[in-house]
Ligand binder design. Structure first.
Ligand SMILES: [Fe+2]
Ligand SMILES: [Fe+2]
Length: 236
């Protein structure tokens, strides 16, 4: 349903071959991606665990939507790597507290292209897994007002549409020097409001449906606790 076209070679490469559910090559790619995600998150203590959160949420939403385990695994890896291009953005810009100048904003908006340049030489992340393209397009918007290419609707790669929702949810709920992190319910309300404009409607709807039973009982969990519940219930 996702339009992925995994070559038979790559399917074999990534296919489960052990009780842990992943071939050694697949696990190495995953560990590499996770390490790169930790590296980029370490540049800014406010984005601690952001890449991991995006990886976990995006994989869960993908599985909930009916993507195959293999496709969802590729989306998980893309989640770890999505912001790797921030390595090419000066720290002074990334961590600036005040309003950004035009030039600084442009520097930040280059990170998906830089990320694509970093990961695309790796065969397993390019081509039919679509991981490099997910990195390139994770800031596109459903209404075409995103970047870097201004793609709209289903022209945006399916995995990138999933990443966009997971990325925004994680970013909204994380604390920043200039604002408090949003509560889980408030962030979900925002996902609902932006369905059909920022976010693909089917992805936003899947995320809300996935989240609802996890919030039914008791007090509203913090974002980290909520994401742990999502991981326990849906990922894999
Ligand atoms: Fe991971
Ligand atoms: Fe990003």
């Amino acid at each position: 349903m996702s339009g992925f076209d995994l070559s038979p070679f790559l399917s074999r490469l990534l296919a489960p071959s052990s009780p842990s559910g992943c071939s050694p090559v697949c696990e190495s790619i995953h560990e590499f991606a996770e390490a790169m995600g930790h590296a980029i998150d370490a540049k800014d203590r406010c984005t601690h665990f952001h890449s991991t959160q995006v990886a976990v949420l995006a994989q869960a939403v993908a599985r909930f939507m009916g993507f195959s385990p293999l496709e969802a695994g590729c989306i998980h890896i893309a989640g770890h790597l999505h912001d790797i291009g921030k390595i090419g953005v000066p720290d002074a810009v990334l961590q600036k507290r005040g309003p950004l100048t035009e030039g600084e904003f442009a520097a930040i908006r280059r990170h998906p292209v830089i990320g694509h340049q970093i990961v695309s030489p790796i065969t397993s992340l390019n081509g039919s897994t679509g991981i490099a393209d997910m990195v390139l397009h994770h800031h596109e918007r459903w209404d075409g007002r995103g970047y870097p290419h201004g793609l709209a609707g289903t022209a945006i790669p399916a995995g990138a549409r999933v990443l966009a929702v997971a990325d925004s949810f994680s970013a909204m709920t994380q604390q920043r020097p200039y604002r408090k992190g949003m509560g889980v319910r408030a962030a979900l309300d925002e996902v609902e409001r932006e369905a059909g404009s920022q976010f693909a409607p089917d992805v936003a709807e899947a995320f809300l449906r996935l989240a609802a039973p996890l919030l039914r009982d008791g007090a509203e969990p913090g974002a980290s606790a909520f994401i742990e519940r999502v991981e326990r219930r849906f990922a894999g």
